[in-house]
Design a protein around this ligand. Structure first.
Ligand SMILES: *Cc1c(COP(=O)(O)O)cnc(C)c1O
Length: 422
């Protein structure tokens, strides 16, 4: 084997020409073929577990530096923070799935969000975010960005007049999620992109809850997509990662920023994520089915007062979800009769779902937002941000829908037949 067989294919893999294929085919094959033959003709992408890369001699180093200065040196890098072939192969898979030119992997979803915002926003800039946005993203905007002189206007989710009115001459970016947590609100992405383009403002969508199987925001004119890959993309509740996907120019400048800010993915983590991604479409199809079946069961149950699921006709964004999404995901939020206590007893009576934050893995997870993400807020503060005490969020896994429904049914029967407990 010659050294050229073992050359890291960092940039080559990431820039491989893209033929648009279905999400199942892309999930299995994208990013894996560009570097073939892999070392030792391995079918899978090798885990190149290295922090740094070597040079033959000083002349080799200088040739690399010279090529790099002129935008070349695409076949290697010099240090782990600037690239890794295992990470690049996973990034190519993610770029293909979301119909982008390139993708960048980060150490976590929040690392993706914070790096993108720090890289895209100059001092004195202004951004607009939706009021239903991930709590830590909102916190980052309102505290850390504020310290840098970057101001944030929070607008009600789906209120396009408010969004249009919030844009100022120095507005640089509109940030939204779709669907949102925990009420699964769905943004009209075409309208959002149209308003942003009219004002010369860029758009960022956190599409964690949708996955590229259900929705590709870049196809609707959005500039950049981020995901917490910790959720559906990795799919096994066993790693943290984040990703940003977009057009080549924006991705290149973000990659420069990542080299400075440093929240890179570890190659072993990238290999686990790439492995999880191979079954993304299968898993999400099952989670869509489970979501719909469970939402319909809950909506028909007399002890459930309200269900939020975009696949239900009763959801405020059902029409736009149908127009823009191929499936409605695996998260169902609902209010059960009673207060904080009944909701807790119901959760404790469930046998299959595990009590944990997060979503998107194979295991169904359940949480009471009032006691999980919003615990430190008073009841009044919680209600002000729309989080009711009796709200339950169910993040469905890939189990059998019949078993999940039977479990929900027995838990509801148990708490309402014996109001004092069991
Ligand atoms: C979990 C999550 C994040 C944060 O991602 P981490 O991987 O936990 O850092 C961001 N946005 C949404 C919508 C999420 O669900």
């Amino acid at each position: 084997m010659t050294t050229s067989d073992l050359q890291p294919q960092t940039q080559i893999a990431a820039l491989a020409p893209r033929v648009k294929r279905g999400p199942s085919t892309e999930a299995v094959h994208a990013g894996a073929g560009a570097a073939r033959p892999n070392a030792y003709h391995a079918l899978t992408v090798p885990v190149v577990q290295t922090a740094t890369y070597t040079f033959e001699d000083t002349a080799d180093l200088c040739a690399f530096q010279e090529a790099r200065m002129w935008g070349g040196a695409r076949d290697r890098t010099e240090y782990g923070r600037y690239g890794n072939p295992t990470v690049a192969a996973c990034e190519a898979k993610l770029a293909a799935l979301d119909h982008g030119d390139g993708a960048i992997l980060f150490a976590s979803g929040m690392s993706a969000v914070t790096t993108v915002l720090l890289a895209m926003l100059p001092t004195g800039a202004h951004i607009v975010i939706g009021d239903d946005c991930y709590r830590r993203t909102r916190q980052f905007c309102l505290t850390f960005l504020k310290r840098l002189g970057i101001t944030t206007t929070v607008v009600p989710m789906g209120d396009f007049a408010a969004l249009d009115g919030a844009i100022q001459p120095h507005t640089r970016l509109i940030v939204s999620e779709s669907p949102t947590n925990p009420y699964l609100r769905v943004v009209d992405l075409v309208r959002l992109a149209e308003i942003a383009q009219r004002h010369g403002v860029k758009t960022l969508i956190d599409a964690t809850f949708a996955t590229p199987v259900n929705q590709c925001p870049l196809d609707f004119g959005i500039d950049l997509v981020v995901h917490s890959a910790t959720k559906y993309l990795s799919g096994h509740n066993d790693l943290l990662a984040g990703v940003a996907i977009g057009r080549a120019g924006l991705i290149d400048s973000l990659r420069q920023a990542l080299g400075v800010l440093g929240g890179v993915s570890d190659p072993h983590n990238a290999a686990l994520l790439a492995r999880g991604l191979k079954t993304l479409a299968l898993r999400v199809q099952r989670q869509n089915e489970n979501g719909q079946a469970v939402a319909e069961f809950l909506e028909a149950h007399p002890r459930v007062s309200r269900v939020w699921y975009p696949g239900l006709r009763s959801h405020p964004d059902h029409a736009i979800a149908r127009a823009q999404m191929l499936g409605f995901g695996g998260v169902v939020s609902f209010e059960i009769d009673g207060s904080l206590e009944e909701a807790s007893r119901f959760i404790d009576a469930l046998e299959i779902p595990l009590i944990a934050p997060s979503l998107g893995g194979c295991e169904t997870l359940v949480e009471q937002p009032a006691l999980m993400s919003y615990y430190e807020l008073s009841t009044e503060e919680r209600l002000a941000v729309g989080i009711k005490d009796n709200l339950v969020r169910l993040a469905l896994g890939v189990e059998d829908a019949d078993d999940l429904i039977a479990d929900l049914e027995q838990a509801l029967a148990r708490i309402y037949s014996d109001p004092k407990g069991f």
